[in-house]
Write a protein that binds this ligand. Sequence first.
Ligand SMILES: NC(=O)c1ccc[n+]([C@@H]2O[C@H](COP(=O)([O-])OP(=O)(O)OC[C@H]3O[C@@H](n4cnc5c(N)ncnc54)[C@H](OP(=O)(O)O)[C@@H]3O)[C@@H](O)[C@H]2O)c1
Length: 233
Amino acid sequence: MTGANRGIGAAIAQGLAERGMTVIVGARDAASGEQTAQRLGGRAVPLDVTDDGSVRDAVAHVEQWYGRLDVLVNNAGISGGGVGQLAGDVDLAVMRTVFDTNLFGVVRLTEAFLPLLRRADDARVINVSSGTGSLTWQSDPGHAFASTGVALAYPASKAALNMLTVLYAKALAADGIAVNAVAPGATATDFTAALGLSLERTAEQGAAIAVHLATVPDSPTGAFLQDDGPVPW
Ligand SMILES: NC(=O)c1ccc[n+]([C@@H]2O[C@H](COP(=O)([O-])OP(=O)(O)OC[C@H]3O[C@@H](n4cnc5c(N)ncnc54)[C@H](OP(=O)(O)O)[C@@H]3O)[C@@H](O)[C@H]2O)c1
């Protein structure tokens, strides 16, 4: 899984390890990834989702170690920060950076690991999206998002990720690979702290829906889910 060294990703990794899964901790920072893997009894691979070579090396390691991949968790994500995302002041470089990680990173990982996912029985891809990517919620004047700031890049990247989820779910149905998106909910991590948010929801709580989808016996596919059920697209 990607971005597994801290935040919601580390909590997903922990939840999966606690349920008996062998977790491969993908992390940009090799030392931090090794530390997490040691704590969980798993293995670590250096992994930057924006780097083709890094992803290729990670696939080679997983193939050599296990010969297949049961679950790919695309968790790595960035907000892009508070600058260059507001209408009238958009910096395309910021948009590209956010999309490169949050959207193209997911395509890069999914494409690269597809051969190993195809070798697993009941394989799954879990894309960590966000409620901010819901077109329904964003366009509802009665929703809490109506009164929050309108940063363009991050929600747009997650809306695109949701579409990607639906399309991959259809494309991979014949291979028996389930593809779903999850909304962790507003969770206290470095990500939200950097945006000045003070939140009570723990990383473990934010991770729960991804852990559930990775381990539930009969996975749905093509869904966008939070703890209590579907998120409207
Ligand atoms: N926190 C929330 O309230 C919330 C709500 C909805 C959705 N989400 C989503 O949940 C996911 C995790 O967020 P978080 O709150 O846990 O954030 P976080 O604490 O900032 O952690 C982000 C993780 O992503 C990794 N990452 C970033 N860019 C990467 C890249 N290019 N390659 C590989 N790894 C990369 C980071 O690695 P480094 O340690 O190397 O930086 C880190 O492990 C994101 O997709 C986010 O959009 C979060």
